[in-house]
Ligand binder design. Structure first.
Ligand code: ACO
Length: 472
């Protein structure tokens, strides 16, 4: 069989050259999953991969992922937006994987396997709010963990190459999430629209809601119980009976000026509510695997109060017992509240809890692109503020970590990124440059909600061994 005819059979009725490019013009009905072609997006032509096709109301629609754009922007488009006059590529089928025993590939795989040991220790149970999926673990083992925090040594040395913020953010921005789920189904967003309280929200990613709901144009989520409905009528009937007006846990923090509260919810005691929360948050978190085992987690939910009740703004989950001293497993600001500073408040709260526990904490890795941006901003601003306001020139990395409850690795990494570490007379010292002073002045102008430790009514919960046994 000639090369061209082999390619021809791969692409069905479409003729393809040896480079995998379609010969001549094809019609939308010839377009299959995996084809890469140009799509009209906001007045521009962007190259996109077809992830799924479907006939909706008698018309062919395509689910596309724009190359070099975040996965959040993936969308269903009608056939008219495909430009099939421009080059169309049909990716070659993947070659079978080489065995462990052969050549270079084998050495690489062995390396992965070795490093993977470390990862699998980290990735112990499979939590609802937490652990990255296997693919992420593999990436991390391969050294593709975008945080690269492991490369930073407490003594200030960086094991591998120069840290480049722009490159790292770019990588995250374009890959969309830390891991692209290899399962075809999970690559396609399954809900179109969600109505929650006064907000209509467009989901970003796949979440395993019951399949019947995925056929609805819109689903309804009760903003207090987080129960979900495919029919408005059912939802309204439910709402007329639902008496819940705040997350079902203890209110451990209240800021009357900003009408902000935090509730602590035990995954074991409020299984259904917490599972509903995980299911909902999976719509906006792509790099975490959702499991229904919420028992090992506590959920810290931030609300904003009005006359109708405490409306959920965001939350973070936290392992009851984290072998790695993670103080956050998953963190989310509901999309309708994002970019208003609430993510920073959630992060600040998580460090206040760590402070009360007398521990240093760090979020679970890998972080998403937005998670990384938010943590970077929080770490930088917190450290700069501390150094500017305490005015103690002799402050060490350990002092900063002890005062902020951050890990020394995160402090060190942040100081390096900000170019604040100088090697002087055989040791690293922290320097406040003019650029840092200016950054501090700019940040001071911003009106921010801050956590007041005096308003936190909380003792670190203690669990017995039996309570921490999660098989049920
Ligand atoms: N673009 C650029 N910078 C951003 C963006 C963005 N879209 N979002 C946050 N930032 C940065 C900014 O520096 C910002 O500070 P600034 O406003 O002073 O410039 C800082 O992060 C904090 O912004 P907030 O408004 O406080 O953050 P927000 O309420 O939007 O919440 C969060 C941030 C929680 C990451 C939110 O984007 C989110 O829920 N994303 C989806 C879920 C997710 O990715 N979670 C993190 C996963 S990692 C983990 O769970 C451990």
């Amino acid at each position: 069989m000639s090369e061209t005819s082999k390619e021809h059979s791969r692409a069905g009725s479409v003729a393809v050259d040896s480079e995998g490019m379609v010969k001549g013009e094809i019609s939308p009905s010839d377009v299959r999953v995996g084809f890469k072609c140009y799509v009209e997006k906001a007045g521009e032509k962007r190259r996109a991969e077809i992830l799924s096709t479907h006939v909706r109301k008698g018309k062919l629609v395509f689910y596309v992922h724009y190359e070099e754009f975040n996965k959040r922007l993936d969308e269903w488009i009608p056939a008219e937006r495909l430009d099939l006059k421009m080059p169309v590529e049909i990716p070659k089928p993947e070659k079978p994987k080489k065995t462990l025993a052969s050549g270079k590939e084998s050495a690489k795989n062995n390396k992965v396997a070795k490093k993977g040991k470390k990862t699998s220790k980290k990735g112990k149970p499979t939590p609802a709010g937490g652990k990255e999926n296997d693919e992420a673990a593999a990436k991390e083992a391969l050294g593709e963990d975008e945080m690269d925090l492991d490369d930073v040594q407490p003594n200030g040395q960086v094991e591998t190459g120069e840290f480049n913020r722009e490159e790292e953010i770019e990588k995250l921005r374009t890959s969309g999430s830390m891991t692209q789920n290899s399962h075809e189904i999970a690559r396609v967003r399954n809900l179109t629209s969600v109505i929650m309280g006064a907000h209509e929200i467009e989901p970003w990613y796949f979440s395993p809601y019951p399949v019947e709901l995925t056929e609805e144009d819109v689903i309804y989520i009760c903003e207090f119980s987080l129960c979900y409905f495919g029919s408005k009528k059912q939802f309204e009937r439910f709402r007329s009976k639902c008496t819940l007006r705040h997350p079902p846990g203890n209110e451990i923090y209240r800021d009357d000026d900003n009408k902000i509260s935090f509730f602590e919810i035990d995954g074991r005691r409020q299984r259904t509510w917490c599972r509903n929360l995980c299911l909902f948050s999976k719509l906006f978190l792509d790099h975490k695997t959702l499991y229904y085992d919420v028992d090992p987690f506590l959920f810290y939910c931030m609300t904003k109060q009005d006359e109708r009740g405490h409306h959920l703004v965001g939350y973070f989950s936290k392992e009851k017992e984290s072998a790695d001293n993670y103080n956050v497993a998953c963190i989310l600001t509901l999309p309708q509240y994002q970019r208003h500073g609430y993510g920073r408040v959630l992060i600040d709260f998580s460090y206040n809890l760590s402070m009360k526990e007398g521990k240093h904490g760090s979020p679970e890795k890998p972080l998403s692109d937005l998670g990384l941006l938010s943590y970077r901003a929080y770490w930088a601003d917190t450290i700069i503020e501390l150094l500017m306001e305490t005015k103690k020139p002799e402050m060490t990395i350990e002092d900063v970590a002890n005062t902020t409850a951050m890990t020394t690795t995160d402090v060190l990494h942040t100081l390096q990124t900000l170019n604040m570490l100088k090697y002087y007379k055989g040791q690293h010292i922290i320097c406040l440059t003019d650029a840092i002073v200016q950054k501090y002045e700019r940040q001071k102008q911003k009106k921010r909600i801050r956590i007041d430790p005096n308003k936190l009514q909380w003792k670190p919960p203690v669990f017995t061994a039996a309570q921490l046994r999660f098989a049920w």
